[in-house]
Design a protein. Sequence first.
Lengths: 138, 264
Amino acid sequence: MALKLTVAMWALASDNEQSLGAGRTVTTAATALSREFPEFSRFAKAIFLLDVAAASGTFTLDVTIQGFNEASGKWHIVATFPQQSAVSPASPVAANSALVQSATLDYTRYRAQWVTTVAGYSATFTLVAIAHTEEPSI
Amino acid sequence: MVAVAEPLRPAPTRTSGGQILYVEDFRAVQIGLWNDGVGWAGSDTDIMFGGKPTMRLDTGGNSNGGPANPNRTAITSGVVVKRRVHDGYRHRFGMEFWFRFTSLNLTSNALLSASIYNRNGTQAHHGRVWLDPNGNNVPMHARILDGAASNALSGTNGAGTAVYADVLTSVLQNGGGTHTYDVPSGRLDRAGGWHWCKLVVDFVTLKYVSVQLDGEAAVDLSAYTLDATDTTGFAGMHYSFEFSASTGTRRWVNIANVIGTMED
């Protein structure tokens, strides 16, 4: 039996997730990091879904998923979304959409990074992972 | 045909008694508790206990602003990982668990505590034990949130200074600075040194009942009242662990085999 887990990855380390809010709004040029997600540690694969729900003005949004090397303290890029610059297509989104990235979960801990390079705009996005694994034996 | 099997063995514990309400032994692929603070809490298969994964609490580099103790209400600038169970102030409840100090930097500037608290719509009543290593490899202390003293000093708005009473000292060295598992620094002791604790509170009398730490005898806490603070928050009973730090250095501890009990 497959077990699945939904993870809202727009949470920051300083966020209380009881009131996370419906997406992350970015308005300036910045590089931001989500909190670290140990939730993935016992799951085998995931799809990562990026969706720009609302936007005004001209912007670029570059999102990567990263896994942690605990010995070096460095993060490794495991999935990269194509640069976003507009509101995502309406539902249904095409199966092979660039807004969907798949990865095997070989790391124990993951995070997301989002980079914006200009100012004078507003964009709100969600980044969610659906992880899955087979039912463990213990 | 009669099936023959090995007899059931109880969960790893240092006590008997108490009707089990729930067991969180972290064998499932995802932890059943949830972090209502910051940082993170998750299943940890690097640090196992009793053949099962444990739960790691990690501050994630968040700072709690430097309080002297774990405060009157849970410090939400750190991890607050909890299980909620509804009960209308009708019973005695217990919480037992194993824990180890896992990473470096835990002998100072870090606060680990466990709590059982309930709310009635106008007030919260907090029972909390602060698991204080008190330094590096000296006997650790169990200090409880003293409700009467905290109310006398700071009133009931919940914002004032908390008073903790030192009620129990373990004869064991705390292991807060040795036998650590801290990969970045090359310390890879997965065995560690596990402590055990059980806290029992009474929501009928609004008093503590007892606390046990490691192999020490249970200490009678019937002279201590739970700390009452004004709140209109969600009227549910909470079993929680709080872990925070006063600097941005990441720290983590591990919890195993959490058992919630009813002790009437």
